[in-house]
Design a binder for this molecule. Sequence first.
Ligand SMILES: Cc1cc2nc3c(=O)[nH]c(=O)nc-3n(C[C@H](O)[C@H](O)[C@H](O)COP(=O)(O)OP(=O)(O)OC[C@H]3O[C@@H](n4cnc5c(N)ncnc54)[C@H](O)[C@@H]3O)c2cc1C
Ligand code: SF4
Length: 572
Amino acid sequence: MSSKKIPEKNGRNSFDAIVIGSGISGGWAAKELCEKGLKTLVLERGRDVKHIKDYPTATKAPWELPHRGHETQKIKDDEPVVSRCYAFNEATAHFFVKDTEQPYIQEKPFDWIRGYQVGGKSLIWARQTQRWSNYEFRNPSRDNYAIDWPIDHDDLALWYSYVEKFVGISGNLDKLKTLPDSECLPPWEMNKVEKEIRSDILDAYDDRHVIIGRCAHLTEPNPIHLEQGRGKCQARNLCYRGCPYGAYFSSNSSTLPAAEKTGNLTMRPYSIVTSIIYDDNMKKAVGVRIVDTETKEKLVFFADIIFLNAATENTNMILLNSRSERFPNGLGNDNGLLGKYICFHNYRGSLTATRPGNLDSYYYGRRPTSVVIPNFSNVESHDKPFLGGYMTFYTAARKSWNRIIEGDQIGAAYKNEISRPGEWSIYMMMQGETIPKQENHIRLSSDKTDRWGLPQMIASVDYDDNDESLLRDFFEQGEAMLKVAGCENIQRNDSRQSPGLDIHVMGGVRMGRSPKDSLLNANNQLHHCKNVFVTDGACMTTTGVQNPSLTYMALTARAVDFAARAWKEGAL
Ligand SMILES: Cc1cc2nc3c(=O)[nH]c(=O)nc-3n(C[C@H](O)[C@H](O)[C@H](O)COP(=O)(O)OP(=O)(O)OC[C@H]3O[C@@H](n4cnc5c(N)ncnc54)[C@H](O)[C@@H]3O)c2cc1C
Ligand code: SF4
């Protein structure tokens, strides 16, 4: 990608468009803007990460890592927040932000998990990609716990298809109303026990579906993927280290190279955007201010269109910090709702169990997805004592060598026993919707700053009674499903994890129909500053039950299409 040297247009550091952040949504904004012919500057606060070359641990065996891949106690003590993320370990730590790097204030416990580099969290995501259905878009206002979404699945369907074809999504055509089909590559296969559990559940319930999860892995690359230089997934599940085959979707392997190919991309790493510049006379945003983290210089870049894709918390912070005479409380914030209605996914509940039999059955490789039971709560009507719903995931696997074995932990008998796979163990977990509430918010500290002089984030986000009620329902329903499926030793586990650790934090700059109660319109434009677009998680009005990133991608491609057309017509 081009270096930091900035071409000058009209004697200024000017571009047609600026994209803030190069992660999942920023990568899509960059690709689409560049392919539509706009000279585009991507400002990325982190370092550059080149596909393949900068994946130093991708092919390392455990014995090639100083602590066999595990974090040390010192790292857990020094970095308590990031080390709580399940994907953070010795082999992936270089893609995560350490706690000490960017302090923030937890008014209520909040685990802020970040990936600051070219590619953002697209390098370290779990790649589960389920479309939203119209139930996710419409039920929140039907049940009166959120404002009306200004769009629904029908508005996004074309854009889902468009991004899915490029990304490569594996899955089945399941024909479910609660989980619309993607454009699918061949699915991963359920193993024998997962299939048995599926048929037991389907026999016992008439409101449940059980499908293999859809994920952004190339099971059979199409020409569109081979042209990107990406190949077939090897089912190794070492993905969080970066994939040298480009077999899972990341900005680094996919969208950013596509943007670069157009000749319209300028990538500027080490560039923290501090605020957006609003021109009172022109009544629009004209550019952004940055700090160069290598030279410590403060610089300004100009553009006609600005896409904010810094991930939910940072996007909120940049807007809150963009104060002007016209917008003293943050850009576009006339209604005072910027930073509010933050919501997230409730991942607290999981169940473990064992299932007897099938000791002659095993499975191939390390499949990068699990079995999914789409939401069955409050779907056609409000039929549960809580609001919203949840998706359920389960996997079945043979216990490994590290299982507890009775008797001597030494000697030939022990060695023989651990050389064989153990009984089948089942893991089931929830992904629950949370209700967007005004009191769950992010704001800027008035006296504490980070090392760049920027106000620290204050996070004030918590669970409520609805989350507890939904969690109870998951435990009851999950346990009942495992029982009908012949499972034993069923154990409930409430992780009590803090909000944020789900890494699906959304809202603060929500979309809506009216500037009175939302910040963005149906095209992701700020109601009051039409050339600024927000298409990352900050734009989400509600959380739905699905993993969100596929929706961010579709929203981004759709918003760029609108923005580029408006720009060409001189309307921006
Ligand atoms: C372990 C893990 C598992 C996950 N699993 C899934 C999953 O299975 N499915 C799913 O849908 N989602 C998953 N996610 C969430 C997913 O990663 C995010 O939803 C997605 O990356 C968000 O995209 P984004 O573009 O908004 O942000 P990011 O990908 O985080 O990119 C934001 C970029 O903006 C940059 N930036 C931030 N502030 C500034 C600034 N001031 N100036 C310039 N640049 C800035 C950052 O450095 C970063 O590169 C997972 C995340 C993690 C960590
Ligand atoms: S499992 Fe597939 S996507 Fe993940 S690192 Fe291996 S080859 Fe790449």
